[in-house]
Each structure stands twice: as C-alpha cells, then as structure tokens.
Design a protein around this ligand. Structure first.
Ligand code: DON
Length: 555
C-alpha cells in the first residue's frame, strides 16, 4: 500500500514540479542609498522575505535619505505575494487634517499664498508611512517589526557617514531648515552644513523608531509621541489634531492592471494619477506599431500620448474616496482610439488651444523608490516621499521626524499650478481627510520573456519616466537600460517638451521643432530603481539610476 502511494507520488512529481511557479532563486534590492540597499540584503540573508526587506529599506531610507522620504511622509507600496499569486497596493498616502479647507492656501483676495503649502507645519498632511510599514510587516513579513526596524534604528543611533548627495541637499536647503530649530539642530551641527563623511547621528529619530518597533503603529498615531507632534505642529501655526492622527488608516487598493500589446502592467490606482495616466498613454500608443516608425515619429507619438493623458489628469483625477472619476472611460480602448485619431502625423497639438498656459515645473530631487525581490518570487515596488526636499522642513522637537509638505499636491486654487507645475480642479481640491493626488507609481511588468519592477521619484515626471521605462522593457530592455535611458517629458501644461541631454538627436530636435514643439533641455532628472528577471536564462538584474548615488545588489 505504502509503496503504491510512493509510486503515485513519484509519477506525479514531474507534474507537481511543472505546476509550481518559477522562482527567481535570487534576492535583489535596488534603492537610492547604498546603506539602505545593504540593509535590505542583510534582512533577507537573515531569513526575512522581500516584504521584510521592503519595510527595512523604507525605514532605513527615513534615516539615510530624510530629504526624500521618511516616517513623517507617505507613499505607495505595490506587493506581489508569490504564495498566493496575489497583488495589492498598500496606500500609505498622507491625508489632509480635518481642519483643512479648500481655500486654506489663499489670502483674502483669493490669491495663492506663495510657500503656504510648501513650508512649515501648515503644509504637512497626516503621515501614512508608519501605518503602511507596520501593516506590511504584520501581514506579509516573516520577521518581527523589531527585526525589520533594527537596522534603521542602528543607523540613526550610531550614525553613518554623510554621502555627497545628503551634503548637497543640506547645502541647498539651509535657508528653509534654519526656520525650524529642531531640524536645524539635527542636520546642521555647529550651525554649519556638515562635510561629506561626517558621522551623522539622529538619536531622537532612533528613539521614535524604537518606540514604533516596540509598540507598533499605535506608538506613532496615539499616546505621548502623537501629542508631542500635535502640540509642536499647532504651536508653530499648523492645524493637526490628535484625532487626525488617531483616525489615520492605510487603504488597501486593488492594483490597476493594463495591457500593452501583450505585456501585462500592474501599477498604482488613484489616489495616484500615475497608473491611470500611463495606461491611457499606453492605450493610445498601442494602436501604432512603434517599432515600424522612425525614431522621430515614435517620440512625436509618445509626447502626444503624454499630453492627452496629462490633460485628463488635470480634469478628472483625485482621491477615489471623495470624487467620482470616469476611469472606465479614460481606460477604454475606444476612448484611446478617439484621441489617437486626433493626433496629426506631422504636427504637435497645441495645449494652449485647450486651456491657459501655466509656468514650468521647477527642478526637483527628493522622494524615493525601491525595488525588492526575494528568491521565492515575492516582489515589492515602493515609491514614498515627504514631497519637496526635507518636506515642510518642520521637525516636532524631540521626535527626529521631518514632516512632509504633501498638502502642495492638492489644488490650492483651480488653474493655479502647484510645485510641479501641475494644474487641476475640484476633483483634487482640499477636503478634510482627503488624500492629495499623487504621481507615484511603482509598477510591475510581465511579458513572456520575464518580469520587471520599476519606479522613480520626480513629481509629475514620474509618469513619463515609468512610461519610457515600460516601453524600453517591452522592446527588450533590462534593469540597467530601464534606469539609464535618456528621458523626455510632456505634461499638457506647460506646452513644453522637457528633455535630458542625449534624449533627442540633433535631427530629432530639428524634426520636432518643425512639427511645432517647444523643446527645453534640462538637467538629468529622476532616480529610478529597477529589477528584472529573465525567465529563460534565469538571470536576475538589479540597477540603480546612474544619475544618483543609489546601489543595487543581487545574491
Ligand atoms: O506624490 C507625488 O506625486 C509627489 N509628492 C512626489 C514628489 C516627488 O516625486 C519629488 N521628486 N523629485
């Protein structure tokens, strides 16, 4: 009898092995800061999975890259659980305090107050990162929260040598941070920008992280720490309440899925605009066989697709819990076909025939993205932020936590551009406990060849960067080419195509000029992280954007 069972099992074995989904067999991390990448690899070497690593890397980034993201900010974590084959978006986006109003950044004449939504505690929304990380640890991790947070606590307590990027960020933000004494004291010892290599210790942040490690999210959203933050915010002119913190919850969102000529795309739905805008652009583009077109024609079509999709962003998108959005229509192939039909093969469509022109988006360098994969095939893409460099600049004394300035992602006044030059209307106006519209969009791509994780900071340019990376992967690219690729961007308004040196050849610049485009070369931008896995060769590649100091490791 026993023998028969064994025989049956032996017979079934090849079948079972075949049915088991492929596993990459390698751990990989790409992040914007070398210490954070190391932390991720270390946590997986110690028995953690990709979810533990993502929590550990995110927490470490709040210590080693606080100008980009941190526990005073929020973001989106896109997860793929290999065991169940299921994907989920953990929406840890900040929400507006209950006392926020649609016109809170306007003066009594209805003019937008410069800097109102960008500087100081009034610009800070209620942070979501702590709730998101604790949720991921509890529901997906193998290690305890304390284990996942331990490396970040160590980096904060023992310090780490300041890198070139951090030094530059401190030099560029000294004027802003000088206004906020607690942040000034932590980041400018002796009132000076510390030199590269300086051992930066953040004992208050270490204590805050330790409290969270010990007591979970409640330690941040309730109790003494919450009171400390609320008191400090209010004393400095902000409007947070204890209830705002207490009531904050992450939202679990079903990932947005799309298809581009057989490639499956899994990405972030509203309250990020990223997924919708990219899928709309890809729907427009899927009607062309781009590979058959000249490089010039391809770029023309991609730019036009960006223009139309960004126009709909401004018109329709906001927090899905507050506004009704015609998402089905925006993502319908028929709608895309209509837009495609309006694109002339030899002419740019002037945006200013559709709405008033707005000033250009300023350069930006903050927010962070991570890509993590473990040997079992669990995947995490995360993009999270405090918004502009060092967020609001405000640090509640004694907490070590830099608060975000995410309120600027709302529309302060319809038609008036925000810090990224983005316009919008009532769909994205401020309301109590509403989430500001984001562009952040960690994304997974699946083809017959393999899969890719990609994501980047860059405000509104996130969407065009991920779009170009997606097309690159479709055309046979890998992690390295996805992050290296020269970039260009169009966001409907302003009616300008921004491009990095090398994105267009001299002939393409002439050709696009003849079609009526206004082109503007700008400094290299973005900080993309990517991992790709080629099914056939089994090769796992990880790459950090060569424009910045991030690193990627595969083991
Ligand atoms: O959520 C958003 O879209 C923005 N707060 C992201 C900010 C950003 O990427 C800044 N990066 N350079």
């Amino acid at each position: 009898m026993k023998l028969r069972v064994i025989g049956l099992l032996l017979l079934l074995f090849p079948l079972l092995a075949w049915a088991t989904p492929l596993k990459p067999g390698h751990d990989a991390v790409a992040s914007a800061q070398p210490f954070a990448t190391q932390v991720g690899m270390q946590v997986m070497a110690e028995g953690g999975n990709a979810f533990d690593a993502a929590v550990a890397v995110s927490a470490a980034l709040s210590v080693v890259e606080p100008y980009s993201s941190g526990i005073g900010g929020g973001g989106f974590w896109l997860l793929h659980d290999a065991a169940t084959g299921k994907g989920i978006v953990v929406d840890g986006r900040e929400y507006a305090p209950a006392a926020a109003t649609a016109t809170m950044y306007q003066d009594k004449n209805g003019n937008v107050i410069p800097d109102g939504s960008l500087n100081g505690p009034l610009s800070a929304a209620i942070p979501g990162e702590v709730a998101a990380l604790v949720y991921i640890n509890q529901h997906y991790g193998k290690l305890s929260l304390a284990q996942d947070l331990a490396p970040a606590i160590k980096l904060a307590r023992d310090g780490f040598p300041l890198d070139r990027r951090f030094h530059e960020m401190l030099a560029s933000r000294a004027d802003k941070l000088k206004q906020w004494p607690a942040a000034w004291k932590v980041f400018y010892p002796n009132g000076q920008v510390p030199p590269e290599g300086y051992l930066l210790k953040q004992p208050d942040l270490a204590n805050t992280l330790e409290l969270i490690a010990r007591h979970g999210a409640a330690a941040f959203y309730t109790g003494a720490l919450a009171k400390q933050m609320v008191d400090a915010v209010r004393a400095a002119g902000g409007i947070w309440s204890l209830d705002d913190l207490h009531d904050y919850q992450i939202k679990l969102r079903t990932p947005l899925t799309g298809d581009y000529r057989g490639m499956k795309i899994i990405t972030v739905p509203p309250p990020s605009s990223g997924g919708i805008v990219m899928l709309e652009a890809l729907n427009i583009l899927s009607g062309y066989d781009l590979a058959q077109d000249s490089e010039l024609m391809q770029k023309h079509l991609v730019i036009e697709a960006m223009r139309f999709a960004f126009r709909d962003r401004a018109e329709y998108l906001g927090d899905p819990d507050f506004v009704r959005m015609p998402l089905q229509r925006l993502l319908s192939p028929y709608y895309a076909a209509g837009l495609r039909a309006s694109i002339l093969p030899d002419k740019a469509t002037p945006s200013n025939e559709l709405a008033p022109v707005t000033p250009e988006a300023p350069e930006s360098q903050h927010t962070t993205s991570i890509a993590v994969m473990d040997g079992s095939g669990n995947l995490v893409g995360g993009t999270f932020t405090v918004n502009f460099r060092f967020g609001s600049g405000f640090m509640p004394p004694g907490t070590g936590v830099i608060l975000n300035d995410e309120m600027d992602d709302f529309v302060s006044k319809p038609g008036v551009p925000n810090g990224f030059g983005l316009v919008g209307n009532s769909a994205n106006e401020i309301a109590p406990h509403k989430r500001p519209l984001s562009s952040m969009m960690p994304t997974f791509l699946y083809t017959r060849r393999g899969l890719a994780i990609l994501g980047t900071p860059g405000g509104s340019r996130i969407i065009s960067m991920v779009l170009l990376g997606t097309l690159n992967y479709f055309n046979g690219g890998d992690a390295q080419s996805i992050v290296s690729l020269p970039r260009y961007h169009m966001q409907y308004l302003p009616d300008v195509v921004f491009y990095e040196p090398g994105a267009f050849t001299a002939d393409e610049i002439t050709g696009l000029g003849k079609m009526g485009y206004t082109l503007k070369e700008i400094h290299p931008y973005g900080n993309m992280q990517s991992i790709t896995w080629d099914y056939r060769s089994g090769k796992v590649s990880a790459a950090a954007d060569p424009r910045d100091i991030g690193t990627a490791e595969v083991k």
